[in-house]
Design a protein around this ligand. Structure first.
Ligand SMILES: [Zn+2]
Ligand SMILES: [Zn+2]
Length: 288
């Protein structure tokens, strides 16, 4: 359980970094676990490539063989070969200039056989490396691509630290989210006490209470936008419903939270008994 709480701490402190890391671990596990998906993927990609190149070799040979009119058969063969492969690999014709000028290469059948043999060898050599392959050989890391795909706005609610649910970065409209969390998760205490605030921002904004950030001015929650940015860039709709998950979380990790923030769930921060009766199962099922 302590371990789970450590996860939570890094999620709270740096949600974006946590998300990146989390996806990285998931991708690693997915690709490299017992079913060896990465190895199989490399294997099938190589096989595809191999078959395509092999067929390009044979197609070019067929075409060139029938061209009785041409003397420069090798050069013609290489033209065809590259053309055949344009959609498969990036193989500039100029890279093959060297072959063209090797004097011993005049016989097309010979060239075709030599190519096929060399290919088979190369394939074998590459396949030997696959069992030890990891994700580092990708020019762009798969988890980075995935994370970019899924990432949206990372703004955190200035009161509870929950993340804006907008899927666009730098969106125009105000930041917004559906479920705010107890402010205690960010370590907020009632003024002049060490009692944690278990209320959520969306119900605080309907109250007659006041708040202040970093010893700034006291501002009524109802006019939280007066605090200026970042609070003024948030649209916090009045809503008193709190997810069962956070009720469970606060009562389950009560001790860890108290230790983390050096504060207590006492007095105004007393955790309602009902929260303690929520099971982990109930808490998680709500998140599905
Ligand atoms: Zn909030
Ligand atoms: Zn946002």
């Amino acid at each position: 359980e302590q371990e789970n709480f450590e996860y939570f701490k890094s999620y709270l402190k740096r949600p974006e970094e946590f998300f990146q890391k989390y996806i990285g671990i998931q991708v690693q596990n997915y690709c490299l676990d017992g079913s060896r998906r990465l190895e199989k993927l490399l294997d099938s990609s190589l096989n595809n490539l191999y078959q395509n190149i092999l067929s390009a070799v044979s197609v070019s040979t067929q075409i060139v063989k029938d061209r009785k009119d041409r003397e420069d058969k090798v050069s013609l063969w290489l033209d065809e070969f590259c053309r055949e492969l344009t959609e498969v690999i990036n193989l500039p014709r100029s890279d093959l200039k060297g072959i063209e000028h090797q004097e011993e290469v005049t016989d097309i059948e010979f060239l075709s056989r030599a190519m096929a043999e060399a290919l088979a060898d190369l394939r074998k050599r590459l396949m030997k490396e696959f069992p030890g392959a990891d994700l580092s050989s990708f020019p762009r890391q798969p988890h980075t691509i995935l994370a970019e795909h899924f990432s949206g706005c990372w703004a955190q609610c200035p009161f509870c630290g929950a993340i804006c649910t907008n899927t666009m970065q730098d969106h125009d409209a105000d930041h917004q989210l559906v479920f705010h969390r107890p402010r205690a998760l960010m370590g907020t205490t009632w003024h002049g006490t060490d009692q944690l605030v278990i209320d959520i921002c969306s119900s605080l904004v309907t109250s007659n209470l006041k708040f202040r950030f970093d010893n700034g001015k006291w501002i009524p929650y109802k006019r939280y936008r007066d605090a200026g940015p970042p609070a003024s860039t948030w649209k916090i709709l009045p809503d008193s419903s709190m997810q069962a998950y956070w009720k469970w979380f606060v009562s389950h990790f009560r001790k860890q939270l108290e230790a983390l923030y050096n504060a207590k769930f006492q007095g105004k921060g007393e955790i309602p008994e009902a929260w303690g009766r929520i099971t982990k199962q109930e808490a998680l099922s709500e998140l599905d």
